[in-house]
Design a protein around this ligand. Sequence first.
Ligand SMILES: [Zn+2]
Length: 371
Amino acid sequence: MSKRSRVHNTQAKEKEIIDRWRGMETPQTGRHLSNHVEPEVVEALRSAVVKAYPKLSHRYYEMKRGWLGLERMEVWDRNAPLPMEDSRIVGWDAAEATVMEAYNAFDPRMGEIAKPFFKDGWIDAGVKPGKAPGAFAHPTVTDVHPYVMLNYLGKPRDVMTLAHELGHGVHQVLAAGQGEMLSSTPLTLAETASVFGEMLTFQKMLEKAETQAERKVLLAGKVEDMINTVVRQIAFYDFECKLHDARRGGELTPEDINALWMSVQAESLGPAFDFMEGYETFWAYIPHFVHSPFYVYAYAFGDGLVNALYAVYREGGEGFAEKYFDMLKAGGSKHHKDLLAPFGLDASDPKFWDKGLSMISDMIDELEAMG
Ligand SMILES: [Zn+2]
């Protein structure tokens, strides 16, 4: 037995024992509890996404196959750069201007909160030797102010990262009034302001695109990101559900685990793909499966929730900005049902998730129409 499959077998068995001792009904129960989310809400998300695979990932990757001029897609083509992409660098000042313009256009109050991050040096953006990779916003303590750390290299994606972390920063400033204990949200709501800020900035960049080709690259990049966050993470979640379920029937061989992995890969990526030899063992590269079981659906939850919110904003919902600020100010003090009710949204309704998913399929429609 391979080492990794021993780890997964042991981990799933240990979890089953602990869950039983703690009276947890299912392998997912503990995660749902810590996320403050009901099992039927997660199931509504899961089934809406799985049902949408054909109109999301299957359709997009078939189109990408054509752009790349390939007979068949391989797993390494999934995130490959597009042939029409240019390598233009966006300077820091231009990035600041784009993000600030997007935030201000949403509401000047949002721009006001974002401004000191730039003006008072709350952002460490430069790349230097020994600096940690990645990006984050840290709230420090509620009576000071947050800091943002990122590694800015001037790619269009880095502008989105800036918008993302600044969204966290705005959320942290607004929620600070809740105090140390209640300001931070559960995982499922943690990415609300960040992903929303990204969406505002993305729409601004799209508006400014000068050519069809530029628009196409932006749209395709966004669609790929969203497929990676929504489709792929739900496929991961499905894999974990199958794994824990199967383990309850006895020890699993590496081949058993490979088969579970491949079943969700083929289903979620779609008919454009061939799978290289060896891909069947790629379940071994996801650390979440070992360190934080069932964590992955929170990514899809966050993205789906923001897409639904953004759809309401796009429809021109009455007093949207006011309600949005109230939502952020609540920090972790309210349940998702109470936070979403003012927008006429309810996450336990499958139509809620469809609303969010239609944001992605609309973009794929537009890409298809461009040819
Ligand atoms: Zn984030």
